[in-house]
Design a protein around this ligand. Structure first.
Ligand code: COI
Length: 342
């Protein structure tokens, strides 16, 4: 069979370069155990001597970076501006975030302090595969089927599923992840339409209001910034096709969650599948079984059988994690050698 979709996306490569004679110090903040294993395995091939801590970077632990120009940070802890100031005062010049998104750090303020911030690229297939799983779970009512079976109700579900070949999927954002989602959807026979302020692929682009009005499923793949905060606000959610489904594997802040809840409650939307939720910080990646979950919207969403929630997990594959760590080490090493992208 001839493959006639958009060009395949090349895998991410971060080849190490010849290491300098003496390794250069770099502090790796917010480094979980699985990342630490990779850092320890790879750092020397990038000419780096890592200091590793599981704690996110704060004013209280900037001293771990004394003497280093580069640090690498995770995405879980938002970086306060006081922390950026403290980092600049001890001579940090470069921050590599082990994420695609930058929304946990004030880029403008960092720049004003003379600190360069760069992100990493990792396998977009991790998030794209997960997005397809969420789309399929939503259109086949998987959560409610599994919930019923968990209660030993083995009858057919109340609602029939729908087949992707009969559906139009609106892809908001056609960067690497959005494009990888589109390629997969074409494999399932779905029609796709796309919106992106900067069109790049051979997708069928339409204005955003049109996209939400014609799509059976809307899937979000744009970064969160000033322009995309509540991109799906009450008005746009109100334009969505009756019975449509919203899928979000990008950032919670792109959707007005209260408006989404109202549309689910009135039955206008048939469901949602969300890997990211407004106010997830401090909840996702935490075991809250024995404590409160301080996010009423999240609790209300979770109580609904037509909503699937996953805790910002779409990126989490073995390949993506090693891409992230290798990419961050490569960025720090490139900065030290004066070859950084920025
Ligand atoms: C990103 O890379 O921006 C993500 O959303 C994944 C992050 C939690 C590492």
């Amino acid at each position: 069979m001839t493959y006639c979709g958009p060009a395949r996306i090349e895998p991410v490569r971060h080849p190490p370069r010849p290491a300098p004679p003496r390794p250069v110090g770099v502090t790796i903040y917010g480094c979980q155990a699985d990342e630490a294993t990779l850092v320890l395995r790879l750092a020397s091939s990038y000419g780096l001597a890592p200091i590793i801590t599981e704690a996110g970077v704060t004013e209280a632990n900037v001293d771990l970076a004394v003497g280093n120009r580069c640090i690498s940070i995770g995405h879980r802890t938002p970086v306060r501006n006081y922390t950026l100031l403290a980092l600049s005062q001890i001579g940090v010049k470069y921050i590599s975030t082990r994420s695609v998104g930058y929304n946990h750090i004030d880029l403008r303020y960092a720049r004003s302090l003379g600190i360069t911030v760069e992100n990493v690229a990792y396998s977009p297939d991790s998030v794209a595969d997960f997005t397809l799983m969420l789309i399929l779970m939503a259109v086949r009512n998987a959560r409610s089927i599994v919930q019923r079976v968990d209660g030993h109700d083995y009858g057919l579900p109340d609602r029939r599923g729908r087949e992707l070949r009969d559906l139009t999927v609106g892809i908001v954002g056609t960067g690497r992840i959005g494009t990888a989602v589109m390629i997969r959807l074409h494999g399932f026979g779905a029609r796709t339409v796309a919106y992106d302020p900067r069109p790049r692929t051979d997708a069928e682009y339409v204005p955003l209001d049109e996209l939400v009005g014609m799509s059976d499923v809307v899937t979000l793949h744009v970064p969160l910034d000033e322009g995309s905060h509540h991109l799906l606000d009450r008005r746009r959610i109100g334009l969505m096709k009756p019975g449509a489904i919203l899928v979000n594997t990008a950032r919670g802040g792109i959707v007005d969650t209260s408006a989404l809840l109202s549309s689910l409650e009135t039955g206008r939307l048939a469901g949602a599948a969300l890997d990211v939720v407004e106010g997830e910080d401090g909840i996702f990646y935490t075991d809250c079984r024995n404590g409160p979950v301080p996010n009423q919207n999240l609790l209300q969403l979770q109580a609904r059988p037509d909503v699937v929630i996953t805790p910002h997990t779409a990126y989490y594959t073995d390949r993506s994690l090693s891409d992230m760590v290798a990419g961050s080490l490569a960025n720090c090493s490139a900065y030290e050698e004066g070859r950084h992208r920025g």
